[in-house]
Write a protein that binds this ligand. Structure first.
Ligand code: FAD
Length: 391
């Protein structure tokens, strides 16, 4: 299956690819290629570049100031984007808080929050998971009680990516106990500078601290920051999770990484190794299948169908391929990948073997992709339920 593109869409793809290539700062592209850690300034600076072309809030319709791309152009844009070593923009504002506020917020909330998200003036994080509520999100216990014009929020969130960088957090809180755990959950927007919030970084296997614990101790949140009706946050939570999963295949990025690996293998003197070639070819075939799956979904979407459980299939396949690629990179460099140079990873200095130096942290870091956004086991359960016709 291939795409027979109308000329105007083909021109759009060419223009988008050219523009992104011309505007991606070479230093930033190098950092991404070498798996070096990005700073907040790296990410926000690049997002500012995208804002100049209104390509930061890329999925937004024109009515709320987005580029209003058709689903086909959105797909083409993502394909061009993934082909470049550009940082993945922070999704919490543009792909989560923004669409939620657009769909469920009042006109006042939309006017207050959407322009700042679209123009990259506010950095957002997602406060869903708690120590006792991950896959079983409805078990969350962070509580909010109404006190005059405010909610008073107490509890703990965990695994909160970039909470230490964020200006705002959207949280699921319990405002009542219903007969089912999904009842009595509400969706609140909280200013991260509010008194009573403490952020504590969690260091991961690769030495990074990209996620955090967030403690909320009697934090006062104006009631006007409640999105939707009190106690009806579960519908919003589900809307947002489906949004999150649909964008998780990462096929274009994996295609780029596969071609980088072939270059790396040549450079490392193992480009002709038949076992490595066989392995990369097998990944290539699975990637082709993933790309075909994406195209089939795009076609279904263009004819009005919603992604449904297919989003789960994309997430499973896409994340498994991304992990296999990172494992292949590790094996290409062999012992050379064991070098661990914190200064180099933090961009503070050169290292004698720059390509190899990022391979191990890259592999360690990608352990996360089969966990976040609903673990792959949970995605398999979703598929199994549908296949077996279970509720
Ligand atoms: C890098 C990273 C970033 C993250 N960022 C954020 C963030 O910004 N905000 C946020 O709110 N959360 C974030 N998360 C949290 C993420 O959503 C949770 O880790 C995820 O939902 C799994 O929950 P858990 O870690 O509590 O594991 P658990 O739910 O305790 O699961 C443990 C294991 O049991 C399996 N399991 C659980 N239930 C079932 C079941 N019913 N059937 C089969 N297997 C099951 C799981 O697959 C997993 O292997 C992030 C996670 C990671 C790894």
């Amino acid at each position: 299956m291939s795409l027979d593109l109308p000329p105007a869409d083909r021109d759009f793809a060419r223009e988008a690819g050219g523009w992104l290539r011309d505007h991606l700062p070479p230093d930033l592209a190098r950092k991404v290629r070498l798996n070096q850690r990005l700073t907040r300034a790296d990410l926000v600076g690049w997002q500012d570049v995208l804002v100049r072309r209104n390509w930061y809030a890329i999925g937004w319709p024109a009515e709320i100031g987005g580029p209003g791309l058709s689903p086909l152009r959105r797909y083409l844009f993502d394909r061009e984007y993934g082909a470049l070593p550009a940082p993945h923009p922070c999704q919490f504002g543009i792909a989560m808080a923004g669409p939620v506020i657009a769909a469920f917020g009042t006109p006042e909330q939309q006017a207050r929050f959407l322009p700042d998200i679209r123009e990259n003036r506010t950095f957002w994080c997602q406060g869903y998971s708690e120590p006792g509520a991950g896959s079983d999100l409805a078990a969350l216990s962070t509580a909010a009680r109404r006190d005059g014009a405010d909610y008073v929020v107490s509890g703990q969130k965990i695994w909160t990516t970039w909470a230490d960088w964020a200006d705002w957090i959207f949280v699921l809180v319990r405002t009542a106990t219903g007969s089912r755990p999904q009842e009595g959950i509400s969706f609140l927007l909280v200013d991260m500078r509010s008194p009573g919030i403490t952020v504590r970084p969690i260091r991961t296997l690769d030495g990074e601290a990209e996620f955090n614990e967030v403690f909320l101790d009697e934090v006062r949140v104006p009631a006007e920051n409640l999105i939707g009706a009190e106690g009806e946050g579960w519908a919003i939570a589900k809307f947002l999770l489906e949004h999150e999963r649909f964008s998780m295949s990462g096929a274009a990025r994996s295609r780029r990484i596969l071609s980088e690996l072939r270059e790396d293998a040549e450079g490392a003197g193992c480009g002709d190794d038949p076992f490595l070639r066989d392995r990369l070819t097998r990944i290539d075939v699975r990637l082709l299948a993933l790309e075909q799956m994406e195209l089939a979904l795009l076609r279904a979407h263009l004819s009005g169908a919603s992604p449904g459980v297919e989003a789960s299939r994309l997430k499973i396949r896409g994340t498994e391929i991304a992990q296999d690629l990172s494992r292949a990179r590790l094996d290409i460099f062999g012992q050379r990948a064991l070098l661990h140079d914190e200064d180099f990873l933090d961009g503070r200095g050169p290292t004698p073997d720059a390509l190899a130096a990022g391979a191990l942290p890259g592999w360690l870091n990608l352990r996360k992709v089969t966990i976040w956004g609903g673990s792959n086991e949970i995605q398999r359960m979703i598929l199994a339920r549908q296949t077996l016709n279970m509720r």
